[in-house]
Design a protein around this ligand. Structure first.
Ligand SMILES: NC(=O)c1ccc[n+]([C@@H]2O[C@H](COP(=O)([O-])OP(=O)(O)OC[C@H]3O[C@@H](n4cnc5c(N)ncnc54)[C@H](O)[C@@H]3O)[C@@H](O)[C@H]2O)c1
Length: 221
């Protein structure tokens, strides 16, 4: 039982052997109101289908080419999904029948959510903007989901430049230009724990969404 006396949320992690998945497993194990009830990952020899009967919520940090199928499998099994995987199109889930809700966030870090909101606001007043996103060199998709989402939220056409280098985690600069001035809004995730408060919040809230799929952590704040 959790501190409040309610049954803990049974959480499964898809991509449990990956960089983000391992951090999510530790965060779930450290939360009083959750229990880590399944770890799916080909690297562990466990398929997602093998854990769905044991969990209330799946957290997916896998690959761009598996996130849609994984989310569909959750919805059909009546399991809620919290998806952090980027590089896929959540609108393809529209009309999917089943009992599970899907929540998607291209970035679970509060600072990144604020960066996107400030950039959207600034783009109403400044003439042009460009985005530089910088990530570790194992990242499969470019541009990043965060950069694509930021550009969507901003006014005008916003070009995106992608940098992939060892030593980086997840970083983004939005540079806005106008007559005789520039404004730079920058966010840095220096550690994957930056995403965990947002992931835990989404796990707690995904079961009570009134809209699914829902995209963006700002809707839960
Ligand atoms: N939304 C966010 O805040 C946020 C933050 C960081 C990373 N990401 C995204 O999360 C994803 C994962 O990033 P990572 O750095 O952890 O990658 P990673 O390569 O370290 O881990 C991915 C894991 O998924 C596993 N996997 C592959 N197919 C699977 C399947 N069908 N079912 C279950 N597991 C499967 C792989 O074996 C691997 O262990 C990427 O899309 C990345 O862009 C999102």
């Amino acid at each position: 039982m959790s501190a409040g006396g309610a049954a803990p949320i049974r959480v499964g992690v898809a991509g449990a052997a990956g960089r983000m998945g391992q951090t999510v497993c530790e965060a779930v194990e450290g939360a009083d109101d959750m229990v880590l009830a399944g770890r799916a990952d080909p690297a562990l020899g466990v398929e997602l289908d093998g854990i769905l009967a044991d969990v209330d919520v799946v957290v997916d940090f896998t690959r761009p080419d598996t996130a849609l199928d994984n989310a569909r499998a959750c919805v059909r099994a009546g399991v809620h999904a919290v998806v952090g995987t980027t590089g896929w199109d959540p609108s393809e889930l529209a009309g999917e029948a089943g009992g599970g809700n899907v929540f998607v966030a291209p970035n679970f870090a509060i600072g990144a959510v604020l960066m996107m909101q400030f950039a959207a606001q600034a783009s109403k007043y400044m003439t042009k903007a460009e985005i530089i996103e910088l990530h570790h060199d194992q990242k499969l998709d470019a541009p990043s989901g965060t950069a694509a989402r930021t550009a969507d939220l901003m006014e005008g056409d916003v070009p995106i430049h992608s940098v992939r280098l060892p030593g980086l985690v997840a970083h983004q600069e939005v540079i806005l230009g106008d007559v005789g001035q520039t404004l730079t809004i920058r966010h840095d995730s220096t550690d994957r724990t930056s995403f965990m408060p947002g992931v835990l919040l989404a796990i707690r809230r995904v079961g009570s969404l009134t809209e699914s799929p829902l995209v963006g952590l700002e809707h839960l704040l």
